[in-house]
Design a protein. Structure first.
Lengths: 245, 571
């Protein structure tokens, strides 16, 4: 991390931040987080780069087929182009897999009690299915629709054909009884953006490339020096940087 | 049988801004106070990993667990109300400090007009200006009477700001200078001045410099990190109850906070509250806490719900307009916005603070003539710079596809080159907008959920259009190459985020027939019960509510002390 920060002069580590700003009132650090940030021991030298394997890239929920479908579909939503990587290279499908395995996939913190009634649009989601069920059905139907129209799997289609299949879902042109095709598409779309731009700790936004494409600096301690100035490009930091300082 | 604890002077239900302020004021005077909080304890150390947009902004890390309790909603009585199964329109806080922890820190005083809206509207425009069904009321208190309490709240929280040229008189300056001005704020200021409007830097509970308040609490300055609303502050720079009033109350030795304590009933004998019944959610045990005075300081929904569940006050009847508990539910009309796209300018829009921004009130309250307009009131206009976090900020000019290559390129291009100028529209009360108990849906303990009956009206549609148009004029004057602005407000939709400015249901006033609490927030029907929060607003203003909630909390604390000395109605 020390090496990384040398090449990253605009990023303020927490430790450096405290040293530089004298972030105190009456000589005492204010607030609990700050106290716990003061360095307890000398920084350890990080061994020179041996590229570590990314053990996070395995599946918690999806079958291999579901994973491939998700990877292909999200890549069309957020494709690789001149400005940088798309969903596939950013690890978005891993992100979605990991999310479906946890609270979000189970709608754990949402009201899922009966009775269920079809509501007005302004009343929001009223289904009994949880997100992991919706993904199971949605991905299966994506494949079915592709087979019906093209007699080929979704992953074997040309990009324009994949787009047309997805658009059918987006515009509710697929006849499904159990889920709303557009509801599934919107869930896939928002999960794609979450995977592209959330902290890399969740398995997407690989190498912070999602942030780099849009000049988003990630998690910085302070912007006091630039808040009233013209645009400044700052190399991003992730939450992992905080743990090491 | 519930386990019965020894009696205390005061029991407070819900330890957020209102509960914390009242606890600190009462314990300073020697009263023994217990604060019951259904959520968990909170401290600044919790926010070591707070710069996590997914966890806090998208997965609602600080909010109430909806699997245990939510609200139900319908647009009108014609529809069946259904539960809000997932978060959308507003976010309900939870845990110590309540919504006072995850707020942005935007701290306003309402306009003198707001407090006397009915009488001033009738006086200036005649009574026909108020359309049938609109049930706006005066507050039973004037701005001048409330001013000292605003002042106390601002000094306690260390509000940073500069004088608003179009507002009520202030007895003293803001305790700390305004926050810094970003390039976008400068553009807004210059444009507004060219348009002969009156911009000022938004009053903020994000400290512009380190500050020691009258209670001796020291806090550090805001670092503009860009993680404020929906997040807790890792510096304690954002004024919240946990870093201001709660330590003061605890230091007296007279205050005990019990977290994980979900109050389910206020107990009563005749027209006197005798204490509360709560569930220790970690063990499931039912516990009775007797008290001489009960103070209900939850969020709007729980204030109304607990009164109705406990059979206190007269439930509101929407068909006759009689009764008061649940009456005049109001909100905020927050969609009258304009988005501007700059093709050649880039801003540090990733940086910001919750309450960083410019405001103007030329179209708020009755600061402009409504003679030829088809609505009353209006709202503040704001250019905020809260920090544009990447998951939730992917705007592109109208007509751009919402996915695929073109979307991606446009959203990247404008990631640091677009801003919103927004109208924070007021929300007037109507006879058929109200809160009551849902007949079908229950919480985790089997108690009915609160039911919202609410929709936007012509008043809201006309006002939002007007505000959006003004916003677009400012945005164009700021030099945006492309401006999109709201054309039609549409129906109220509980599934898309607008604002957590829910108000009313236990409204204040000077007449027991038309209000639930007096101007000390003491219940007309129950002398030893005070109900404090935005639930007391008879309708909502064109500003964020917290400054007024803070002022009313200091006012209520004074009323509680008066009642403690003399008993009876304190007005």
């Amino acid at each position: 991390m020390a090496e990384e920060n040398k090449g990253n002069p605009e990023s303020l580590s927490r430790r450096k931040f405290l040293r530089n700003t004298g972030f105190t009132v009456g000589g005492l650090a204010v607030g609990g987080v700050l106290g716990s940030l003061l360095p307890r021991k000398k920084e350890e030298k990080v061994a020179p780069a041996v590229k570590a394997e990314n053990f996070n890239q395995a599946l918690m929920y999806f079958t291999p087929e579901q994973f491939q479908l998700t990877e292909a579909a999200t890549e069309r939503i957020f494709p690789e182009e001149e400005s940088g990587p798309g969903a596939k290279a950013l690890g978005v499908a891993f992100f979605i897999d990991h999310q479906l395995a946890g609270d979000w996939g189970f709608n754990a913190r949402e009201y899922m009690q009966a009775p269920f009634f079809k509501g007005e649009k302004v009343q929001g989601y009223q289904g009994r299915l949880r997100r992991r069920d919706i993904f199971d059905i949605g991905l299966r139907e994506l494949q079915n629709h592709s087979m019906t129209v093209h007699k080929k799997k979704f992953t074997e289609l040309k990009e324009e054909e994949q787009d047309a299949i997805l658009r059918d879902f987006e515009e509710d042109k697929v006849n499904l009884t159990t889920i709303s095709p557009s509801g599934f598409f919107q869930m896939l779309r928002s999960a794609t953006l979450e995977g592209a731009y959330s902290d890399p700790l969740y398995g997407g936004n690989r190498n912070m490339d999602g942030w780099k494409m849009r000049n988003y600096p990630g998690s910085q301690m302070a912007y006091t020096d630039i808040i009233d100035k013209d645009f400044k490009k700052i190399n991003p930091q992730s939450l992992k940087n905080h743990l090491n300082h | 049988m519930a386990r019965k604890l020894p009696k205390v002077d005061v029991v407070i239900i819900g330890v957020g801004w209102a509960g914390g302020i009242i606890a600190s004021e009462l314990t300073k005077k020697g009263l023994k106070v217990v604060g019951l909080e259904r959520g968990k304890e909170r401290k600044t150390e919790d926010y070591f990993m707070v710069h996590d947009e997914l966890r806090y902004a998208l997965r609602y890390g600080m909010m109430q667990d909806l699997s245990k309790e939510t609200i139900t909603f319908r647009s009108t009585e014609k529809f069946r109300a259904l539960p809000m199964r997932q978060y959308g329109s507003f976010l309900i806080g939870d845990g110590l400090g309540g919504s006072g922890v995850h707020w942005n820190g935007q701290t306003f005083r309402f306009l003198p007009y707001d407090f006397q809206i009915r009488s001033q509207t009738v006086e200036k425009y005649g009574k026909n200006k108020i359309p049938p069904g609109m049930t706006i009321q005066d507050w039973g208190i004037t701005y001048d009477e409330l001013e000292p309490y605003y002042d106390t709240f601002e000094k306690m929280a260390g509000i940073s700001g500069e004088e608003n040229p179009l507002a009520g008189k202030r007895s003293s300056k803001y305790p700390t200078p305004p926050l810094k001005k970003t390039k976008a704020m400068e553009l807004f200021t210059d444009a507004a001045k060219r348009l002969k409007l009156h911009p000022y830097v938004q009053p903020a509970a994000n400290l512009s410099e380190s500050y020691t308040n009258p209670d001796g609490i020291s806090r550090a300055a805001c670092q503009y990190c860009g993680f404020c609303e929906r997040f807790g502050c890792e510096y304690g720079a954002k004024g919240d109850p946990v870093v201001t009033v709660l330590p003061v109350a605890l230091k007296t030795g007279n205050f005990e906070i019990r977290t994980h304590s979900n109050v389910r009933r206020i107990l009563k004998t005749g027209n006197k509250a005798t204490g509360v019944l709560y569930t220790d959610v970690t063990t499931g045990e039912e516990i009775e806490q007797p008290a001489d005075i009960v103070v209900l300081t939850g969020f709007v929904f729980n204030n109304v719900r607990l009164l109705l569940l406990s059979g206190l006050g007269t439930p509101y009847n929407a068909s006759t307009g009689t009764g008061s508990v649940g009456k005049n539910y109001a909100y905020q009309v927050r969609k009258g916005n304009a988005v501007g796209f700059f093709d050649k300018k880039k801003f540090n829009s990733f940086a910001g603070a919750g309450a960083l921004g410019m405001i103007l009130d030329d179209y708020n309250g009755d600061n402009f003539d409504h003679s030829n307009l088809n609505f009353i009131h209006g709202g503040m206009i704001i250019l905020g710079q809260t920090g544009q976090r990447p998951i939730q900020n992917n705007v592109a000019p109208k007509g751009t596809p919402t996915w695929g290559k073109e979307f991606k390129q446009a959203s990247l291009k404008y990631a640091n080159s677009s801003f919103t100028v927004g109208g924070e529209g007021s929300s007037m009360a109507f006879q058929h907008h109200y809160l009551d108990l849902d007949p079908t849906y229950k919480d985790a303990y089997g108690d009915p959920l609160i039911r919202i009956t609410f929709d936007f009206e012509d008043q809201d549609r006309n006002m939002a259009k007007f505000l959006a148009k003004q916003c677009s004029v400012i945005m164009k004057e700021m030099g945006a190459d492309h401006v999109d602005y709201m054309q039609e407000l549409g129906p109220y939709d509980v599934s898309t985020y607008q604002s957590t400015h829910n108000t009313g249901g236990v409204i204040m006033g000077d007449d027991p027939k038309t209000s639930a609490v007096n101007n000390y927030l003491q219940m007309w029907d129950v002398d030893n019960l005070f109900v404090v929060g935005a639930s007391a607003f008879p309708q909502n203003a064109g500003y964020n509510p917290t400054g007024t909630v803070g002022a009313l909390s200091y006012r209520a604390a004074e009323g509680i002390l008066k009642y403690h000395d003399k008993g009876g109605q304190v007005v």
